[in-house]
Write a protein that binds this ligand. Structure first.
Ligand SMILES: O=c1ccn([C@H]2C[C@H](O)[C@@H](COP(=O)(O)OP(=O)(O)OP(=O)(O)O)O2)c(=O)[nH]1
Ligand SMILES: [Mg+2]
Length: 152
């Protein structure tokens, strides 16, 4: 197993009895995180699903909240703010925002694995304000300027 970075986790009262987020396989990038509440999402509805967990992520890291592809493909359940950002200084409850893009109601039961958490390093930037930027081949071209897409 590769070295792991320690992340403090505190179970909140409504998180008691639930497993902690875990890697489903040895090479998994994300830890599956469980819902700590029952909730039914109607088509188009979104909800911040409780996890019953609060974290203290080491400075220099973040946790990204990403959707699970199975839920997205089979049921249209995804994370509208993906990847959700959990800051290292956040001490509130970790919540997973889900939206139902499917055609029917979707019920989440307490204990269901609703998303995955990816620990990632963060580099903070310091602005270096200038009057002129260097010239490049791309210049101000963007948003499809290099082509490569099918013609409509
Ligand atoms: O999917 C998410 C996204 C965020 N958060 C928590 C942790 C994060 O550190 C905090 C703030 O998130 P973000 O910066 O994305 O939201 P904001 O709208 O900018 O709120 P704030 O002004 O509190 O930063 O909310 C979650 O629990 N789940
Ligand atoms: Mg913010």
């Amino acid at each position: 197993m590769a070295d792991r970075i320690g992340v403090q986790v505190k179970r909140l009262p409504h998180g008691e009895g639930l497993a902690l987020p875990a890697y489903a396989t040895g090479g998994a990038a994300g830890m599956d995180v469980l819902a700590a509440e029952d909730v039914t999402l109607a088509p188009g509805q979104r909800h911040a699903v409780a996890t019953g967990l609060a974290l203290a992520i080491p400075q220099g890291y973040e946790i990204q909240v990403r959707p699970r592809s199975g839920l997205a493909l089979k049921h249209g359940i995804t994370v509208p703010n993906t990847p959700g950002t959990i800051d290292s200084d956040y001490r509130g409850e970790l919540k997973v925002i889900l939206i139902n893009h499917g055609a029917g109601d979707f019920t989440i039961a307490r204990g269901d694995r609703v998303a995955q958490l990816v620990l990632a390093p963060v580099t903070q930037a310091a602005w270096d304000e200038v009057d002129e930027l260097d010239e490049t081949t791309r210049g101000a071209g963007g948003f499809g300027s290099t082509g490569g897409h099918a013609k409509l």
